[in-house]
Write a protein that binds this ligand. Structure first.
Ligand code: ME8
Length: 509
């Protein structure tokens, strides 16, 4: 049986249009999915849209549409952006699809039958934008502690999930699985939260109707987070064990933003425990993007639109920047200056230049045919061994979801390549007939090192890597064996590369 890997993104609300924050999570998932695929895993990569709830209903009313019309329109914008960002997802789930509704109803009924969901009455403060109830003491100056907006007092009959019953079980699971909640600082935050005590959770609403009805009680719709979280199993075919659900669940990693960590590490695991289902292996919460130092918001009109960035700078430059600029897990700030700086220095100067220098020298000195390496001196051996070690380094960083470190380690080898050219001075070797063997070794080492570099870069920058690998005469799909030194054979035709990333003139921007 092949090894499987299941990675998910949050399903995004359709009351907002996609921005770089959404693109960030989806891109991270795409890189992991592509990398694991390359390494021979049978990968399932899920994304989608969250289409129920009061927030979506309200947005639809103010747009003069039905909620489904709104969802149809906005989900297409998400899909179009994912195409443009070169996101290779396996499946896209919409919570209005039958397969999802069927799964939600099934698990809800199951928990009603086991007594984990019961009918009660609720009176508390509700924040509509966050779709969350708060107790009096949790409010800050009478407002929502998360978003600071006004809350309203709601009293309603409600179904409750016995979350309190799972407090100890959850704590011992977190304790026994140090990898479950990442990064570590977030893990500690959740442990303290759970230790303060879990209350039963209201999992139905009667004040609006845009949602999935509670089985056997049409007056209630199921709470949007109960509905949304189960997308991760419904997309696989839950409750049918013979479907992808049996094959891919539990998820290897749920990638999310830090804003929704509690839902994924307290609510979701306790729902699963009650249903007797295995828990996801890892939930990783990344940080928050601000823009030029400010919170991104519609009212500040500073929302960074990924379509515009891609049109202006190219898809791979944007992909590279988002994952290189900020360590995954920390907050980051987006600025055009930082993006242009990365393009000019990392992509045009370091990466692109090295390929241009190498391919034009092979063109000039060996008529575009890759020579076999000959004598290997200390300097060649050092550069080669750096390149040979790279696949393992990248593998361990990607396993930690340390994307910026993975890219940094790739750039260490790129910089070593540029330095290697400066130190071996091929133009001088070319003038000396007895140095032909040395020159062959230098050219071979440069080409082969970059072939490994672009193989490892292909999950991050698929289009650029494909182009570069064609210049290097490696026109095939990469797999695990592509990472081995010596794959590129002498006699391969190498093509002089044109600039992969033209420099951007900052003044004009
Ligand atoms: O919360 N920086 O959907 P959502 C980084 N439907 N990431 C950001 C970001 C920013 N400024 N803004 C948004 C929901 N994100 C629920 C999820 S899952 C079962 C249900 C990303 O549309 C980040 O991944 O509000 C965050 O978690 C997600 O968008 C929230 O998307």
């Amino acid at each position: 049986m092949s090894k499987t890997f299941y990675v998910t993104t949050p399903i995004y609300y359709v009351n907002d249009v996609p921005h770089i924050g959404h693109a960030y999570t989806t891109l991270a998932a795409d890189v992991v999915a592509r990398y694991k695929k390359m390494m021979g895993y049978d990968v399932f990569f899920l994304t989608g849209t969250d289409e129920h709830g009061q927030k979506v209903e309200k947005a639809a009313i103010s747009a003069g549409e039905t909620p489904l019309e709104l969802a149809d329109r906005v989900m297409k914008r998400f899909q179009a952006l994912w195409d443009k960002l070169n996101i290779d997802y396996t499946d896209f789930i919409r919570t209005t699809q039958e397969r999802h509704k069927r799964g939600v109803s099934h698990i809800f009924s199951k928990l009603m039958e086991s007594g984990d969901i019961y009918l009660g009455e609720y009176e508390d403060w509700y924040c509509t934008p966050c779709e969350t109830f708060w107790t009096e003491t949790q409010l800050i100056d009478g407002n929502c502690p998360d978003c600071n907006r006004p809350v309203e007092k709601l009293k309603e009959e409600s179904y409750f999930f016995k979350m309190s019953a799972y407090q100890e079980h959850l704590l011992s699971y977190i304790d026994a699985n140090p990898e479950f909640i990442q990064p570590k600082s977030k893990r500690n935050e959740i442990i303290s939260f759970v230790k303060e005590g879990l209350r039963d959770l209201s999992v139905s609403r009667t004040t609006f109707s845009w949602g999935i009805p509670v089985p056997g009680d049409n007056r209630h719709v199921i709470y949007v987070w109960f509905d949304a979280l189960t997308n991760y199993i419904n997309a696989l075919g839950y409750p049918d064990e013979a479907s992808n659900f049996g094959k891919y669940w539990p998820a290897d990693v749920h990638l999310i933003g830090k804003d929704i960590l509690r839902f994924h590490t307290v609510y979701w695991p306790t729902f699963l425990m009650a249903a007797g289902l295995p828990l996801p292996k890892k939930v990783f919460a990344h940080g928050w993007w601000t823009v030029e130092g400010q919170k991104m918001s519609k009212s500040l009109q500073n929302v960074v639109e990924p379509n515009m960035l891609i049109d202006k700078y190219g898809v791979d430059a944007v992909r590279y920047f988002l994952l290189r600029e900020v360590p995954f897990g920390l907050d980051g700030d987006f600025s055009h200056a930082a993006l242009i700086n990365r393009i000019n220095s990392d992509l045009a100067n370091d990466l692109g230049n090295l390929l241009n220098r190498t391919t034009s020298m092979i063109d000039k000195y060996f008529k575009g045919v890759l020579p076999a390496p000959e004598e290997v001196t200390e300097i060649d051996a050092a550069y080669q061994s750096k390149s040979k070690n790279l696949p393992e380094t990248v593998a361990s960083y990607i396993d930690e979801l340390a994307f910026s470190k993975a890219l940094q380690s790739i750039w260490d080898v790129v910089s070593a390549g540029n330095k290697y050219i400066d130190e071996t001075a091929p133009w001088a070797l070319a003038k000396d007939p007895v140095a032909k063997g040395r020159l062959a070794t230098v050219m071979y080492s440069l080409a082969e090192s970059q072939r490994i570099v672009y193989t490892l870069l292909s999950p991050f920058m698929p289009a650029t890597s494909e182009k570069a690998l064609v210049y290097l005469g490696y026109d095939r799909e990469c797999n695990e064996s592509s990472c081995a030194w010596g794959e590129l054979k002498a006699g391969t035709v190498i093509t002089k590369a044109s600039a992969l990333f033209p420099r951007i003139e900052e003044e004009k921007e």
